[in-house]
Design a protein around this ligand. Structure first.
Ligand SMILES: Nc1nc2c(ncn2[C@@H]2O[C@H](COP(=O)(O)OP(=O)(O)OP(=O)(O)O)[C@@H](O)[C@H]2O)c(=O)[nH]1
Ligand SMILES: [Mg+2]
Length: 460
């Protein structure tokens, strides 16, 4: 059993006045002993595992009442970490949970590191690495689709076929190695069967790889920058889109100075929209800083919405901003938004030919948002990102490993086709097995564990 000591942490988000329930969690061999010193159940009789009971929590050193709360003991191995776990479900806010945690620590528990509960679950064999990553993704999911994808990973939908594939490669490896050692005692290798297995493994690997970009989009979402000349209606667009008054709108050019953002979900994709200062030459020092920020934001966005004023048409200033967006070392995809279309419904006739996507909006009236979202979705799909039908996708860590798997399997097939000696195949197969094992955690390195679990929040 991994984790000799007992760890404790607050497992729920805490803030004053927020969250009616706060949970403090213990895991480790001393969990029950610590809990029994500080919690008195209201009922008589023994404390049963997996039963929520009501009672009072006290500080045993001072006798002070901490909370009237619920507590549950989950006896090992039927718990998240496969260790003895106790949870106190107390009143929310800051004070109660902190005093409960503090008392646990004073009775011998150690404050858990971020992700340490899940790390124990992994080290004790309850979940594999892809499932641990699924748990992390679920907590951070910002759209229903992202949550579905995370749930799939958490339930082992990725782990099972990966383990199966690794098992197939291991069996093949054993078969080949047996022939290397005892060739005369065994029937010759069935090459057609071996080729079919390797080809199927390669097809599966490529299928997983094809999900990586869609997964990245659903996990981290799109950053969309709204840029344009002052007063064209960028902040109005942000407000209309997010149905809020996030950004200040006035008829004075140069209203927005700082970046203002809003989080939205567009057809299942989490989107962060960034409203920026109108770009123009100015002597105002504060505005200059804002303009510099606008340019930087545009250069880092996944998609730029260049907003122009329908009444003014396509102006020199617009052309200037457009050229700047194009001239960057990494030009970002760009969609032209023709705002204030209520004042002029016609498209400007002098738009640059290469501009493909245009959308007409009247942000002040809340019009054109659906068309804008449809255009964004079609932009996402142009990158072959079919979103919405994805219940499972690999992440960037898996992708790096699966590229190794793909390469190894291709080489193994190549060695086979060229009738190279069997030892050549085994090298490649062994590499494939190792890379698959890295994804699930069957082959482990400290740095991978660190990379995964340090990103977790406290108490998870
Ligand atoms: N008629 C009409 N007016 C609009 C529309 N969108 C915005 N406006 C008006 O245009 C003016 C400027 O709007 P903002 O949203 O502040 O423009 P901005 O691009 O954010 O301006 P800066 O922050 O200065 O760069 C305000 O008076 C808005 O009410 C629209 O669709 N139609
Ligand atoms: Mg503005």
């Amino acid at each position: 059993m991994h984790g000799e000591d007992t760890i404790a942490a607050i497992a729920t988000a805490i803030a004053p006045q927020q969250g009616s329930i706060g949970i403090v969690r213990l895991s480790g061999p001393q969990s029950l002993a610590i809990a029994q010193q500080m919690f008195r159940p209201a009922h008589r009789g023994p404390w049963e595992s997996h039963r929520l009971c009501y009672g009072q929590a006290h500080d045993p050193h001072t006798g002070q009442l901490l909370d009237a709360c619920l507590a549950v003991w989950m006896q090992a191995p039927r718990s998240y970490t496969r260790q003895d776990v106790v949870e106190f479900h107390g009143h929310g806010g800051i004070m109660v949970v902190q005093s409960l945690l503090h008392t646990c620590l004073s009775l011998g528990a150690r404050l858990a590191e971020p992700g340490e509960f899940t790390l124990r679950a992994f080290l004790n064999g309850r979940i594999d690495l892809t499932q641990a990553e699924g748990i992390h993704d679920l907590v951070g999911a910002r759209s229903p689709q992202a949550a579905q994808m995370a749930l799939g990973a958490m339930q082992g939908k990725l782990a099972q076929p990966l383990r199966h594939l690794r098992h197939t490669c291991l069996e093949l490896l054993a078969d080949i190695e047996a022939r290397l050692d005892f060739e005369e005692d065994l029937p010759p290798l069935d090459r057609d069967h071996t080729r079919a297995l390797l080809t199927a493994a390669l097809t599966q690997t490529r299928h997983w790889l094809s999900t990586a970009d869609r997964g990245a989009l659903l996990r981290s979402g799109l950053n969309i920058a709204i840029v344009g000349r002052p007063n064209v209606g960028k902040s109005s667009l942000l407000n209309a889109w997010s149905r809020s008054d996030r950004a200040i709108v006035t008829d004075l050019p140069g209203t927005t100075r700082d970046i203002v953002d809003a989080h939205l979900v567009v057809h299942g994709i989490p989107v962060r929209v960034l409203d920026t200062a109108g770009i123009r030459d100015t002597d105002d020092r504060v505005e200059q800083i804002g303009v510099a920020k606008s340019r930087q934001t545009a250069s880092q966005a996944d998609l730029v919405l260049l907003v122009i004023d329908a009444q003014a048409g396509w102006t020199e200033g617009d052309r200037h901003i457009y050229d700047q967006c194009r001239d960057q070392c990494r030009p970002r995809p760009l969609l032209l938004v023709i705002n204030k279309s209520d004042l002029n419904p016609h498209l400007p006739t002098n738009l640059p030919q290469e501009i493909l996507g245009t959308v007409a909006t009247a942000a002040a009236l809340g019009e054109g948002i659906e068309a804008l979202e449809a255009a964004i979705l079609s932009h996402a799909q142009q990158g072959h990102l079919q979103v919405g039908d994805l219940d499972l996708a690999i992440n960037q860590r898996h992708k790096a490993c699966l590229i190794e798997v793909e390469r190894s399997l291709e080489q193994a097939l190549e060695s086979m086709n060229q009738n190279l000696p069997l030892d050549f195949w085994t090298i490649d197969l062994r590499a494939a097995v190792a890379a698959l094992g890295k994804i699930t955690g069957e082959e482990l390195t400290e740095s991978v564990l660190d990379q995964i679990f340090s990103r977790f929040c406290l108490g998870k």
